[in-house]
Design a protein around this ligand. Structure first.
Ligand SMILES: Cc1cc2nc3c(=O)[nH]c(=O)nc-3n(C[C@H](O)[C@H](O)[C@H](O)COP(=O)(O)O)c2cc1C
Length: 191
């Protein structure tokens, strides 16, 4: 049976650890991942972690240059279970909302929407301007799922990993992928 295939895109917002953890978890779950990393995402890896971009690339099944419009991800014909942009900058939110596909991430998201496949965006910015909010509403109306990088606390996270895993687990929930990244509210209770 074919493996579950997802497109994972990292853009240059703070919270690059969310994207890295999603790639790690996808690997542990045996998923096939196609990775697109923007130039600013590669910079964020250096700014926010002690990893090199190549170490993050190594977590993916396939890596696509963010300006390679000859990639299969630039076509709507590619079959996949969904695309996630994690973290998603406000620039990338704006680009997808306008259909302004001047890099591979934006083009792949455009194709995912037009083919009616799941598109999950994990925006990270605060505070949000009316422009940010309007763009996200446009995307929600077009069928994207806006899943802000806002971890919950009801599962009593013990460390940063527990917070990151909650957001990553929510992404897998939307994509219909089973995981054990966080315990659902009252799951397993008998009363
Ligand atoms: C240290 C740093 C932190 C940033 N954090 C954010 C952020 O949290 N959210 C955001 O929308 N943009 C943030 N930016 C700005 C984006 O990197 C910038 O808008 C860039 O054009 C995004 O390009 P991309 O979406 O193609 O990766 C940050 C930039 C730097 C250098």
């Amino acid at each position: 049976m074919a493996k579950t295939r997802i497109i994972v895109a990292l853009s240059g917002a703070s919270g690059i650890v969310y994207g890295i953890r999603l790639l790690e978890a996808a690997r542990e779950l045996g998923l096939e991942t196609d990775l697109i990393m923007t130039d600013l995402a590669a910079r964020m890896i250096g700014i926010e972690t002690s990893l090199e971009p190549d170490q993050v690339n190594a977590l993916a099944t396939r890596v696509h240059d963010s300006f390679d419009f000859t990639s299969p991800l630039a076509s709507g014909g590619i079959r996949h279970q969904g695309m996630v942009v994690i973290p998603c900058s406000m620039k990338t939110v704006a680009g997808i909302a306008c259909g302004f596909s001047d890099n591979l991430l934006l083009r792949a998201a455009d194709c995912t929407l037009k083919e009616r496949r799941p598109l999950v965006l994990v925006p990270r910015e605060t505070p949000l301007s009316a422009i940010h909010l309007r763009n996200m509403l446009t995307l929600a109306e077009a069928g994207a799922v806006i899943l802000p990088a806002c971890p919950g606390f009801y599962h009593r996270p013990q460390n940063i990993q527990g917070l990151v895993d909650h957001v990553v687990g929510k992404v897998f929930d939307i994509l219909g992928i089973e995981h054990n990244l966080y315990r659902k509210w009252r799951e397993g209770e008998t009363t």
